[in-house]
Structure formats: C-alpha cells, structure tokens
Design a binder for this molecule. Structure first.
Ligand code: SF4
Length: 215
C-alpha cells in the first residue's frame, strides 16, 4: 500500500492479485448495482489490446467482456482480418462494472477504475497496439475532447508512451448501422481493422528479425 494514498501499488502485485482486488472493488457507486465485475480476458502479455466503454447486460451477467450481440459482431470483424479471440487479443473496458441501463460512464467512475486499466496496460498486457472502441473509451484513454469523427481511423499514441492507438467505432454502433456498403460505418471499421492487422504483422516480423541468428 502506498503511504500517501488508499490505492495499493498495483505494480508490485501479480495479475491475479489485481484481478482479485477488482472483483471485490467498491471504489465507486457501480459496485452497488453490478452483478459481476468484468475485469478483462485474453493472453498476458499480448501485442494487441482492445478497450471498450463498459460492460453491458450480457457482460454483467457472465463476467466476460464483449459477449453480447456487440461482442459477437466484434469477434466476426476481428476474424475477418484473421485476429482470433481469445488467443490474439486482450479485451477490457474503461469500467469494470456495468452502469445502470447502460448509461454513459461518468468521468468520476472512469477515474476510480483507471488504476486497474493502467495496471492491465503497463504491468501485464504490455500491448504494442491498442484499439479504442467508441467515444467514451477514446475520451478516457487518450484524455481528449476531440470527437470520434475526427479521431477514428487515425493512428494515435497512448499519452506519454510509444504505444500505437487506433480509435474505432463501437460494435454496438455498428449493430445500429448494419449496412456493409462502401463508406458506411461497418465498411470503415473493416478498413480500420485491416490497418491494425498490418501493424500487428509489422511487429511480428520485427520480432522475428531480431530473433534471427547471425551468419
Ligand atoms: S467500476 Fe471500477 S472502480 Fe467502480 S466499483 Fe467497479 S471495479 Fe471498482
């Protein structure tokens, strides 16, 4: 425990210890209305991480991120660029608990929950690339008020780091806009995911080159 704050020093804890703290967390009022804490799933470490907004009803029920209809669509979009769940991507949200009626997360809730996400990013997953799905995740992680319309599809850097960030539409938005026509949100998101896949391949090849024995 840090002497000057009530927060534990997450950097000194294991992944399981941080997850266990989150599963019992009562740092914000969402602890009173949640069913299950949705910490995150996927390999640790992992080159690719996706961060969404908050759990919905299905996620709150099952304790897993992106398992409802939006999650199924996300799985399909990722598969279309040969990114497989759960092996190739770690998935989490800015909030570990569901806001009532799926309302937009409040800044105070995201601030209370940030230390868990921070530990996931920097201590455990250590991604090369982060996909940010939807405006609330983009706002919370990039600490920006720029609208998603300006940021989507343009590579960003996680503030203070070299981690590449790709902001994309949230799959729930794509469910409401199902057309696959060129230029529509679904098609645009597919292009964004192809960009992500290209960047992932770049990192994979770079790692192979570094590992190649010298003649
Ligand atoms: S949303 Fe985050 S900070 Fe709030 S109770 Fe859940 S785990 Fe704790």
């Amino acid at each position: 425990m840090d002497l000057f704050s009530k927060e534990p020093d997450y950097r000194s804890l294991t992944y399981e210890e941080v997850r266990d703290l989150a599963l019992k967390c009562e740092k914000c009022p969402l602890s009173k209305t949640r069913n299950k804490v949705v910490f995150g799933t996927g390999p640790v470490p992992c080159d690719l991480m996706l961060i969404g907004e908050a759990p919905g009803a299905d996620e709150d029920e099952q304790g897993e991120p992106f398992v409802g209809r939006a999650g199924q669509l996300l799985t399909q979009i990722l598969a279309s660029v040969d990114i497989k769940r759960p092996d190739d991507i770690y998935i989490a949200n800015t909030l570990k608990c569901r806001p009532p009626d799926n309302r937009t997360p409040q800044a105070s809730e995201q601030a209370a929950c940030w230390p868990y996400l921070e530990a996931q990013i920097f201590s455990f997953v250590k991604p090369k690339i982060i996909i940010l799905a939807g405006a609330p995740a983009i706002k919370a992680v990039l600490k920006t008020d720029e609208p998603i319309s300006k940021l989507r599809g343009k590579w960003q850097k996680l503030p203070g780091t070299d981690i590449a960030v790709m902001p994309v539409f949230h799959p729930a938005y794509l469910l409401r806009n199902p057309s696959k026509e060129i230029g529509k949100p679904k098609w645009i998101t597919w292009q964004d995911m192809k960009e992500v896949k290209g960047a992932l391949e770049y990192h994979r090849k770079l790692r192979e080159l570094v590992r190649e024995p010298e003649d």
